[in-house]
Design a protein around this ligand. Structure first.
Ligand code: XMP
Length: 329
């Protein structure tokens, strides 16, 4: 590898050269490692001409908006505006079941929120932002559009990561992607150099399209999102209690749009099935499913069925990548 201090200094110079002295920049913070490190880097380069926005798209995890905004304020000292766009996103996703269609809609909706945020800024500071910061990583680039000569034998899109192929072509904002050549572990190292709190850098990756890729099919159907949030929270809390969080690359629950028969409190039930997924990985390009102890799985499964109304069956995903991807959509 590269020396991360050099990468940092070089990136800061590149950003300063790219962004003119009067230019203003928007950065969409997701609460994840990548966008936070990207924002911190750009903040070092151009100071308060950076304007961060956190979009509540209705596809966030349990209490995520409150948690993330608190961290930004108290630990990261980044200036962030929170935009509530739940209605916009969810109404556009209503009835949409195709995974790629969902991703495209979300990418488009994000851009329209950024555009509006830009117009608000123009009214406030008299200047329209011209750049958008994205925390795109090297694996996102490879999987969305493999560069020619990269040696990879697939030339088609695996998934259009919304921060790469998913963005609309007519977007007016120019992109700044300072992490485009880095892998996740390198981004974490860069974050350490930039003094991003270590607890933050250890967070599991969370995809830009959020829970939309973890509710299979129509995300607005019934109370799928609420159920998923509760199940996911129970699973992640159990992983943390067991001291396993840092051993796992990523863990989450998936909502399946099917029902199965169960018996709960002497009653026949016809309720939802949820899946648990946990994987280890170096860079997200390949991954192995994580083998929990029986006792752990037994406890989690019981807790989920006891506490979450509408769930009577829990299954575990025991597939690696390949042949599966990490997310289900
Ligand atoms: P897959 O599911 O393609 O995921 O094996 C590999 C890694 O990338 C994350 N992921 C995304 N991250 N925007 C992101 O920022 C996206 O659209 C997106 N899709 C997947 C996924 O969570 C995993 O860590």
């Amino acid at each position: 590898g590269w020396k991360m201090e050099d990468v940092m200094e070089q990136e800061i110079k590149v950003i300063q050269r790219m962004v003119g002295p009067d230019d203003h920049v928007i950065c969409a913070l997701s609460g994840g490692v990548d966008s936070t490190v990207a924002a911190t880097l750009v903040h070092q380069a151009i100071g308060d001409r950076l304007h961060c926005v956190f979009v509540d798209n209705g596809l966030l995890r349990f209490n995520e908006q409150e948690r993330v905004m608190k961290t930004f304020k108290e630990e990261l000292h980044l200036p962030v505006t929170c935009v509530d766009a739940k209605e916009e996103f969810l109404s556009k996703l209503k009835g949409v079941v195709d995974p790629e269609a969902k991703r495209k809609i979300i990418g488009k909706e994000f851009i329209s929120v950024f555009d509006e945020f830009g117009q608000d800024l123009e009214r406030k500071i008299g200047k329209r932002p011209t750049f958008l910061v994205q925390g795109t990583l090297y694996p996102d680039v490879i999987e969305s559009c493999p560069p020619p000569g990269s040696g990879r034998n697939h030339s088609h899109t695996i998934k259009s990561h919304h921060n790469v192929g998913g963005l609309p072509k007519d977007m007016k904002l120019k992109l700044i992607e300072p992490l485009k050549l880095l892998f996740k572990d390198e981004v974490r190292e860069l974050g350490r150099i930039l003094n991003v709190p270590v607890g933050f850098l250890k967070r599991h990756p969370f995809p830009g399209p959020g829970l939309a890729v973890r509710v299979l099919g129509d995300v607005t159907e019934g109370n799928a999102l609420e159920i998923l949030r509760e199940v996911d929270e129970i699973f992640i809390e159990a992983i943390k209690r067991a001291g396993l969080y840092d051993k796992i690359w990523q863990a989450f629950a998936v909502f399946l749009p099917i029902k199965s028969v169960g018996v709960q409190g002497d009653q026949r039930t016809h309720s939802h099935v949820v899946a648990l997924r946990a994987v280890t990985s170096q860079d997200g390009m390949t991954a192995d499913w994580y083998n929990f102890e029986h006792k752990f799985l037994d406890d989690v499964s019981r807790e989920i069925c006891n506490r979450v109304r509408g769930v009577n069956r829990v299954v575990q995903d025991i597939t690696s990548k390949p042949p599966s991807t990490i997310e289900w959509e």
